[in-house]
Design a protein around this ligand. Structure first.
Ligand code: ATP
Length: 254
C-alpha cells in the first residue's frame, strides 16, 4: 500500500559540517514493525527528530500519502505521527493519567488543567485507560509517575505516544532499562500495537528484541542506510556485521 504509513525520501540532516542523515529513504506500512538499528552516533535519533519536525531536514516526509515535512511538530503529531523520547519526557510529579492526558488533549497542558472537572474528563479518561491497556499497565492511572520503576515509566512514555490519533509510532530506545523479562513482555505489546493497524518504527540496541519482533530492519551507519531486509538477512549480511565490528548480531547489546 504505497499511499499509507510513513515514507521518507532523500531525508538529509546537516549539523554544521556533519551530515547526520544522508538521503534516507525509509518506509513503514500500517501494521508493520520496522527496526532501525546502527552503532552509537549513527544518526537514528536524528532521523526521528527530523521526521517528527524537531530538527531541520531536507527531503520529503509523507504520512498516509500526504507531505508533512513543512508542518510544525505539533501538527505532525495531530496527523498521527507520534514518538517516544530516549530520555523520557514525563513529568515525574504528575500522575500517569495527567502525563498521558497532556499528549491526548488537543489543547495540551493548559487545556488539561482547565478541564480537570470539565465535561471532557470522561472521554479523556477512556483514552488514557485504552492507551495504558495497550502497554499492559492497567489501574495505575492515579500513581505519581516518579514512584514507578524505570521500566514502567518507559511504558507510560509509549502509552502517551499511543494516546489520541496515532497512525505511526516511532519508539526511540523504549527497552533501555528493561530487564530481559520486561523486554520480552514489551515485544508482545509491540506486536499487539501493530496488529491494531499502527505502523511501528523501533530503534533499540537490544538486538534480540529488534531482530525478534521486526518484520523488516534498516541498518544505519554514519547517517546512511547501508542495509534493508528481514532480520534473518541482517544477521548474515557482511556490511551489517562489519558495522557492528564483527560482533555476532545475537550478542550485540550496546
Ligand atoms: P545513539 O545510538 O547513541 O543514540 P544515534 O544513532 O541516535 O546514537 P544521533 O544521536 O542521531 O545518533 O547522532 C548522530 C550524529 O549527529 C552524532 O555524531 C551526534 O554527535 C550528532 N548530533 C546529534 N544531534 C546533534 C545536534 N543537535 N547538533 C550537532 N550534532 C548533533
Amino acid at each position: 500500500m504505497p499511499n499509507e504509513g510513513l515514507r521518507t525520501t532523500g531525508l538529509t540532516v546537516r549539523y554544521g559540517g556533519l551530515v547526520a542523515n544522508s538521503e534516507v529513504d525509509l518506509h513503514v506500512e500500517p501494521g508493520e514493525i520496522v527496526g532501525l538499528i546502527g552503532p552509537n552516533g549513527a544518526g537514528k535519533t536524528t532521523f526521528v527528530d527530523a521526521v517528527t519536525g524537531f530538527t531541520q531536514a531536507e527531503g520529503r516526509v509523507e504520512l498516509a500519502g500526504q507531505r508533512i515535512d513543512a508542518l510544525a511538530p505539533h501538527l505532525r503529531r495531530r496527523r498521527g505521527l507520534t514518538r517516544t523520547w530516549q530520555s523520557g519526557e514525563l513529568f515525574g510529579n504528575l500522575t500517569v493519567a495527567q502525563n498521558i492526558e497532556v499528549a491526548a488533549s488537543p489543547g495540551g497542558f493548559r487545556a488539561v488543567l482547565r478541564d480537570l472537572f470539565g465535561r471532557r474528563r470522561g472521554s479523556l479518561r477512556e483514552v488514557v485507560g485504552r492507551a495504558l491497556r495497550t502497554v499492559g499497565l492497567d489501574g495505575i492511572e492515579d500513581t505519581v509517575t516518579r514512584d514507578l520503576s524505570l521500566g514502567r515509566q518507559k511504558l507510560v512514555g509509549v502509552a502517551r505516544a499511543l494516546a489520541g490519533t496515532c497512525e505511526v509510532v516511532l519508539l526511540d530506545e523504549p527497552a533501555a532499562g528493561l530487564d530481559s523479562q520486561e523486554s520480552g513482555e514489551f515485544a508482545d505489546r509491540v506486536r499487539e500495537i501493530a496488529r491494531g493497524g499502527l505502523g511501528v518504527l523501533l530503534i533499540d540496541h537490544d538486538m534480540s528484541l529488534v531482530l525478534g519482533v521486526c518484520d523488516r530492519v534498516y541498518v544505519m551507519e554514519f547517517g546512511k542506510i547501508i542495509f534493508t531486509g528481514t532480520p534473518a538477512e541482517a544477521r548474515t549480511d557482511p556490511d551489517v556485521i562489519a558495522a557492528y565490528l564483527g560482533v555476532p548480531m545475537e550478542s550485540t547489546h550496546a
